[in-house]
Ligand binder design. Structure first.
Ligand SMILES: *Cc1c(COP(=O)(O)O)cnc(C)c1O
Length: 450
């Protein structure tokens, strides 16, 4: 399996190369030259790490996967043997639990694997790396948790000031390890993401600081997310609809790929909050990225984005994998795509999400977080009678305690070890939303080559 960039630059790369590279030269995203195909019938009965080894083997056939998937997907890290339990709620509804990893959000599903892959790759080559990332709340914690204390790697994570929940903030800023650097940016998530993209797209800087990426633009991360769609599809007797709380379009893109390679998935539904750039596209056919300052602050901050980075991969597919046309379309203030739409989408409001949290508790006796609730709102709205519907649980409710408490009257319980995390001492540096400020910081922490 080889990879090319959506923008045509950077040649043909291997899985190991795209793992460390993150973003392609010129800012493109890596996609497989062609999609592999699953032999779905041979996969029943595999454990999660076995299935992960199989699926990842399709995307990175040059290496053996069993050891690293067994090391990553353990009961110890994910709190159950199932790793991603598919829980039947009754009445044709299912919850795909993706949030039982170390940071209690689905980001761990890929990031825990990436942490191990990075460590292994750097040990092999003797390289060092600086992972530069931007987070709307969950990626940062997941990446830092996966890479803290690991050799030869530093993490520089940009997060928007005042836009992450207190729990999310504590999960990042209270990590004491010296290789973890939290930069709190005076701006919104999209500005953080733009800075990361700008610095990473500059080949000179990328080399000087050996920059790597763990944002959902990292193709290896998408491959790791394909696994749980295949896992869930295998557990169901008939093809179901899946509804995915979405922001940067990484998670649902993995679902699209899972279906593309042969997982029996019926429809994929993209759910957003009031920041509805994706919902608008999937309901009207017009993609209209917004200015960063128009991002609404919500109780589901990991979906508060004005522009979805991974959408570029979808555009690339929809225009027949033509890099020039992809670039041209993405340079326009708004775009429409040729051919037939293959996903559905819808947005949700705060009161709808609160209503869904309350209703979910009353009918299923389960608390859900406001991101998962966005999926429930949109999923129920677009459900087909008689067709099973799978809600992806993208975070545990205790990460968004206030919102859940206000919606349901119940304080969501915390798993052991998270009792008082907001009280731990925090460590971060406040910076302006300016690439130069970040570059200066990188200069400061990167030792000059002797
Ligand atoms: C990251 C995140 C999302 C959005 O996922 P994308 O892959 O960016 O679309 C939704 N919910 C939660 C809790 C998240 O952390």
């Amino acid at each position: 399996m080889r990879y090319v960039s959506t923008r045509g630059e950077g040649g043909v790369r291997s899985f190991s190369e795209i793992l460390l590279d993150g973003i392609a030269p010129g800012g493109g995203l890596y996609v497989p030259v062609e999609y592999p195909s699953l032999e779905i019938d041979s996969l029943h009965g595999l454990s999660y790490p076995e299935l992960a080894a199989h699926v990842l083997g399709l995307f990175g056939p040059e290496r053996a996967w069993g050891e690293v998937t067994h090391k990553t997907y353990t009961k110890e890290s994910f709190r159950s043997d199932e790793i991603a339990p598919l829980t039947e709620l009754g009445a044709g509804r299912y919850l795909l639990e993706l949030s039982n990893g170390p940071t209690l959000a689905f980001k761990d599903m890929a990031m825990q694997l990436l942490g191990n892959l990075f460590e292994e790759a750097l040990a092999e080559t003797g390289q060092t790396m600086t992972v530069l990332g931007a987070t709307s709340g969950d990626t940062g914690g997941a990446a830092e948790q996966a890479l803290r204390g690991k050799k030869n790697v530093q993490v520089v994570m940009l997060s928007p000031e005042g836009r992450v929940s207190p729990f999310q903030a504590a999960q990042m800023y209270a990590i004491p390890d010296a290789n973890i650097h939290n930069l709190v940016v005076r701006g919104v998530f999209d500005e953080c993401q733009d800075i990361v993209k700008a610095l990473s797209a500059d080949e000179t800087l990328k080399k000087r600081f050996s920059l790597g990426a763990v944002n959902s633009i990292n193709g290896a991360r998408i491959a790791a997310q394909v696994v749980y769609y295949v896992w869930a599809a295998l557990k169901l007797d008939e093809p179901a609809d899946f509804v995915v709380p979405s922001g940067n379009f990484g998670n649902v893109l993995a679902g699209w790929i899972a279906r593309r390679i042969g997982a029996p998935i019926r429809r994929l539904i993209v759910a957003t909050n009031e920041n509805d750039v994706l919902a608008e596209f999937f309901s009207t056919g017009v993609y209209r990225p917004r200015p960063a300052e128009s991002v609404a602050e919500t109780e589901s901050p990991s979906m508060d984005i004005a522009r979805a980075s991974n959408f570029e991969r979808y555009v690339f597919e929809r225009v027949g994998r033509d890099p020039e046309l992809t670039c041209k379309l993405l340079a326009q203030p708004e775009l429409t795509l040729p051919g037939e739409e293959t996903l559905l989408g819808g947005s949700s409001t705060k009161s709808e999400r609160r209503g869904a949290m309350k209703h979910f508790w009353e009918t299923h006796r389960r608390l859900i977080d406001p991101h998962t609730a966005a999926g429930v709102v949109v999923g129920e709205r677009l459900a087909t009678p008689g067709v099973p519907l799978v809600f992806l649980e993208t975070a545990l409710p205790c990460k968004f305690e206030d919102a859940v408490l206000q919606a349901t009257g119940i304080t969501p319980p915390r798993p052991p070890g998270f009792e008082n995390i907001e009280a731990r001492p925090q460590k971060f540096t406040l910076v302006e939303a300016d690439p130069e400020a970040i570059q200066n910081y990188l200069e400061g922490i990167t030792s000059p080559v002797a």
